[in-house]
Design a protein. Structure first.
Length: 385
């Protein structure tokens, strides 16, 4: 496909963040081009654990996720893509100590303040939700029925379909090599297939964000860490509806994948910073050990696939989203750590508000790219699934 030579906005990166941003921009009448060096979704997005939760411990992520869930619930309709489903099947954090109960109770109070119906429940109530869980060591659980999960392949397909009917083009297998600028104004991008002029550039390359930033002499602390996940053979759907999380057992998160019924999940074993995405036997061994502590029956279910992807981590595990001061027209939405899929609807709405109107009603200051240089780190966001 011949490339356009100019656009209103160039979005670099065709993951969930780049595509969702392109959708809001094109809906607002902007002519948008998305440049993706491989194929849409091929970065972290297609490698994610599918989890979507509002159970965070700070005011900003809770409000952002409340907004995201509103959008996830209507996404199929909004994109006219009924194949996409948000399964509102909840998140269940298993708690094994008084310290965990105390810290999750505090989070629940904050979540309730913003209208999230989370609550602390007994081990027996947790077992009613997922009868297969071993509750012999569980002291309580933090449960929110309005959290959920969604299939990232269908989310990306829905967005791509919608973009076809808008003033937007997505160019796969095209790499942005340079950001063109005159003085401190961005003017476009130089790609592996030629130049595109645009006065607005959004860096949505997540784990790769620093590569483009460094070309402009910018330093935001976003580093690629290898995380892995697995999926098992499918079995009777709805045995493990919510995302089940256990910090005691490896920081494990697991649920039945929304379309296949296999158990998808991971643990908190990371490597990095690194560009290496080789899968490890250690991870496989740890997964087997930790998953079967939580749900003993899983020992009968074969693992069929293991893969690795990047968490684009920042020092406080919160994303870097906003306008870049040093270059007019340059914006960034990257560094989503382990929760960029779930945050995508609201995070992209927020950055597009900032691009088009200079401000947003969403609490975007929390993700201010300059908080690190001011030494204002946020409370570390819970990373799991
Ligand atoms: C194992 C694992 C489990 C996870 N589980 C969850 C979960 O349960 N819930 C959740 O919310 N999140 C989860 N995440 C995190 C989530 O996957 C990411 O935060 C999210 O996908 C980020 O989306 P993105 O669009 O910012 O990045 P990406 O999907 O990585 O997209 C960035 C794109 O930019 C492209 N690119 C890079 N450089 C260039 C260039 N120079 N030119 C053109 N294109 C370029 C890349 O090819 C890539 O496709 C998980 C991640 C992993 C690895």
């Amino acid at each position: 496909m011949k490339m356009k030579s100019k656009a209103d906005v160039v979005v670099v990166g065709g993951g969930i963040i780049g595509l969702f941003s392109a959708y809001w921009l094109a809906k607002s009448g902007e002519e948008v081009v998305v440049i993706e060096k491989k194929y849409p979704g091929s970065g972290s997005t297609f490698r994610c654990g599918t989890g979507i939760r509002q159970q965070f411990g700070d005011y900003a992520n809770i409000q952002m996720m409340k907004k995201s869930v509103e959008i996830w619930k209507n996404l199929g309709e909004m994109l006219e893509f009924p194949e996409f489903k948000f399964a509102q099947t909840g998140y269940l954090f298993l708690l094994y100590s008084d310290e965990e109960i105390e810290s999750f109770s505090k989070n629940v109070r904050l979540q309730n303040k913003y209208g999230i119906p989370s609550r602390i429940i007994t081990p027996e109530e947790a077992r009613e939700i997922v009868p297969l869980i071993d509750i012999s060591e569980v002291k309580a659980a933090s449960w929110n029925p309005t959290d959920g999960k969604a299939n990232p392949f269908l989310a990306v397909r829905g967005l791509l379909n919608a973009l076809k009917n808008l003033n937007a083009e997505v160019y796969p297998y095209t790499e942005v090599k340079e950001i063109l600028h005159r003085g401190n104004e961005v003017k476009g991008v130089k790609t592996s297939r030629g130049e595109i002029r645009a006065d607005i550039i959004l860096n949505a390359t997540n784990a790769w964000a620093k590569i483009l930033n460094e070309k402009l002499g910018l330093k935001f602390p976003i580093e690629p860490y290898k995380h892995q996940a697995v999926i098992t053979e499918p079995f009777k759907y709805d045995e493990i509806k919510p995302m089940v999380i256990s910090f005691k057992y490896g920081g494990a998160y697991l649920t039945q994948e929304v379309t296949s019924g296999g158990v998808i999940g991971g643990i908190d074993l990371k490597y990095g910073p690194t560009w290496d995405l080789t899968t490890t036997y250690k991870f496989m061994r740890e997964i087997a050990k930790n998953f079967t502590h939580i749900i003993p029956a899983l020992k009968y279910i074969p693992l069929i696939r293991q893969w690795a992807g990047y968490y684009a981590e920042t020092p406080d595990h919160n994303a870097v989203i906003g306008k870049v001061r040093e270059y007019d027209g340059y914006y960034i939405a990257a560094g989503f750590s382990g929760h960029g899929f779930m945050l995508a609807p609201a995070a992209t709405k927020g950055i597009v508000d900032i691009i088009l109107h200079g401000k947003s009603d969403l609490p975007m200051d929390f993700y201010d790219p300059y908080r690190f240089e001011r030494g204002e780190l946020r409370e570390q966001a819970i990373q799991m699934g």
